[in-house]
Design a protein around this ligand. Structure first.
Ligand code: SF4
Ligand code: SF4
Length: 253
């Protein structure tokens, strides 16, 4: 609700897919475990459904390069514990003491109140930290970074979780619809928006999730970048795909 996802905004009822207390889940082990991803708790309302329409919005993403049909399934059809396990595949936070001006913008904007500055030293309470990387992106000095560049592990973890969802719904009862409109730099979970990166492309629909993701990415072309649509001070990085040139992570990996 804090981020704008209300029935008034969406114009439809909202049903907590894992129940209001996140206890209505079907837990399944990942064997062998993939890092912290030893188990996926699937939202039972999704698993019990007769059909699945994966209705997603393509956009860039600071942690994994982009989000679309797969991310929608893996993050949207599981409980909070599983989302935290998936985020933990990204690694941890690193602080550059030299670059930091102690402005505390990161602390003030951390949604989990996980950051503190005891004796002017950056400290993260990882029990609360969801590795959402808001602090990484909001720091004006770029003094906070994720360790390791483990975005491939995050992408792979999401693919594993999404495959657990898809394994429970017959293929003929599953369809993917992806909006390629208002394609923005950041994930929609931020509860704010930024200018569209490219002109609206349209709506894709299909039954093959890999083909959908491939087609979605193919249609977002660097040469279509709308001037002035990047956040202030950002420049394109080396790379091939537009999302790679924005976030430094190859979305095709
Ligand atoms: S936002 Fe960046 S510069 Fe400001 S206190 Fe946090 S780490 Fe330091
Ligand atoms: S990653 Fe997110 S939750 Fe963790 S310290 Fe940064 S802003 Fe807070």
């Amino acid at each position: 609700m804090e981020r704008g996802y209300t029935e008034e905004v969406l114009g439809c009822p909202i049903i907590p897919a894992a129940g209001p207390d996140e206890k209505d889940v079907i837990s399944t082990p990942i064997e062998p475990a993939f890092g912290a991803l030893c188990r996926v708790n699937l939202a039972a309302e999704i698993v019990r459904a007769e059909a699945l329409i994966d209705f997603s919005h393509l956009k860039g993403h600071g942690a994994c390069g982009f989000g679309g049909a797969t991310k929608n399934l893996s993050m949207g059809c599981v409980d909070g514990k599983t989302r935290t396990r998936l985020h933990s595949l990204e690694g941890g936070l690193e602080w550059d003491r030299e670059a930091c001006t102690l402005c505390k913008t990161c602390q003030e904007n951390c949604p989990e109140k996980a950051i503190s500055f005891p004796e002017d030293s950056f400290s993260v309470f990882y029990h609360n930290c969801r590795l959402c990387q808001h602090c990484v992106l909001i720091c004006p000095e770029k003094a906070i970074t994720m360790k390791g560049g483990a975005f491939r592990d995050f992408q792979k973890g999401m693919a594993l979780a999404a495959s657990q969802v898809l394994a429970r719904i017959p293929r003929e009862s599953t369809i993917f619809i992806t909006m390629l409109m208002d394609v923005t730099v950041f994930c929609d979970c931020w509860g704010m928006t930024t200018p569209a990166l490219v002109p609206d492309i349209g709506i894709l629909a299909g039954r093959d999730i890999v083909a959908m993701e491939q087609a979605s990415l193919d249609l977002v072309r660097t040469e279509d970048l709308i001037p002035g649509s990047l956040p202030k001070g950002w420049e394109l990085l080396p790379g091939t795909h537009l999302f790679e040139r924005i976030h430094g992570k190859d979305p095709f990996e």
